[in-house]
Write a protein that binds this ligand. Structure first.
Ligand SMILES: Cc1cc2nc3c(=O)[nH]c(=O)nc-3n(C[C@H](O)[C@H](O)[C@H](O)COP(=O)(O)OP(=O)(O)OC[C@H]3O[C@@H](n4cnc5c(N)ncnc54)[C@H](O)[C@@H]3O)c2cc1C
Length: 284
């Protein structure tokens, strides 16, 4: 945990200074910031699980929840891929290598890597939804023999929105690993599938014992879940990572509440059967 000033439940509120050691433009309006916590002891103690997020603070402006998009085996350098959309991210865009941000975390639930051990893993993402799964894919490919087949399905609206192009190429070269890419609006250089991500299901058979991890637009995740349920995958082995506006990240402010669930505490990764009631009502 990189913060000080613990709350009664052991969680913390005060962000730690972290230096931007690299700022990599990904696609238009999206950057990956590599951050290094300045305090040596806190940096050495920091651990996170695939799927968790940090609160990234633009000093004097505000904090935003951002998934940790790096390898959990290398927690000293923390990657955060950020789409510039508003007040806080707009200020983060102007920061340069050597500038500081505040960081507190890690927060939230994580992908079910233990449950997935020995089973096929199917990862389905759309758009920037690939950021929260980078860490779990890194985890699985590093322990390749411990998992069954790895299937990565990713959809973008247009080819120029494809993030992590080189990583997809590296992942597809691992044993028993396949990457399926699709774009709604391809250009003439696009050599993968055309259409929405659920079209990819006609290319692969999902083993009903697989563990599925999904992140992306909620309509996409609902449609993909319907396909999976038809293939016999039970809701108990389908996991979704959801996003809600939040301020505190420790279950107090209520901004991220989804019915009885708090996205910051019991989420952002939920088992489908747990969240189904709220998830199937867009707008909750
Ligand atoms: C667990 C989690 C993980 C996330 N991971 C990532 C990630 O890896 N990368 C990433 O880029 N983003 C991620 N996000 C989303 C990110 O936190 C938001 O994009 C960010 O908070 C926007 O902050 P801002 O101040 O820049 O934008 P704001 O100024 O808050 O505005 C952003 C947009 O959202 C709208 N908006 C703002 N507040 C509300 C509201 N209360 N209700 C409805 N609409 C609202 C605004 O109108 C605007 O269009 C994640 C969110 C969560 C919950």
């Amino acid at each position: 945990m990189i913060a000080t000033g613990a709350t009664p439940n052991g969680l913390s509120f005060i962000p730690c200074p972290a230096e931007i050691v690299e700022k990599r433009p990904e696609t238009r309006g999206i950057y990956t910031f590599r951050l290094r916590v300045r305090d040596e002891a806190k940096r050495a103690a920091f651990r996170f699980r695939p799927g968790q997020f940090n609160m990234v603070y633009a000093f004097g402006v505000g904090e935003v929840p951002i998934s940790i998009a790096s390898d959990p085996d290398d927690p000293e350098l923390l990657d955060h891929t950020i789409r510039i959309v508003g007040n806080v991210t707009g200020v983060l865009e102007r920061l340069k290598v050597g500038d500081m941000v505040g960081l507190r975390g890690p927060y939230g639930s994580w992908w079910p890597v233990e449950e997935a051990r020995g089973r096929d893993v199917v990862v389905i993402t759309g758009g920037l939804g690939c950021a929260p799964v980078v860490s779990v894919i890194s985890y699985v490919v590093k322990r390749r023999a411990s998992f069954g087949a790895l299937r990565i399905l990713h959809g973008v609206k247009a080819p120029d929105q494809l993030l992590y192009r080189e990583r997809f190429d590296v992942w597809r070269n691992h044993p028993r690993t396949r990457v399926y890419l699709t774009a709604d609006r391809p250009d003439k250089n696009w050599r993968y599938r055309i259409g929405v991500v659920t079209n990819l299901f006609d290319e692969l058979e999902v083993d009903p014992t697989a563990v599925v991890m999904m992140c992306g637009p909620e309509g996409m995740m609902r449609a993909a879940s319907a396909h999976l349920f038809k293939s016999g995958v039970p809701a108990e082995r389908v996991y979704v990572s959801v996003e809600r506006n939040m301020k505190c990240a420790v279950g107090l402010c209520g901004h991220c509440q989804m019915g009885s669930e708090f996205v910051c505490k019991t989420g952002p990764v939920f088992r489908y059967d747990v969240i189904r009631h709220w998830f199937n009502h867009p707008g909750v």
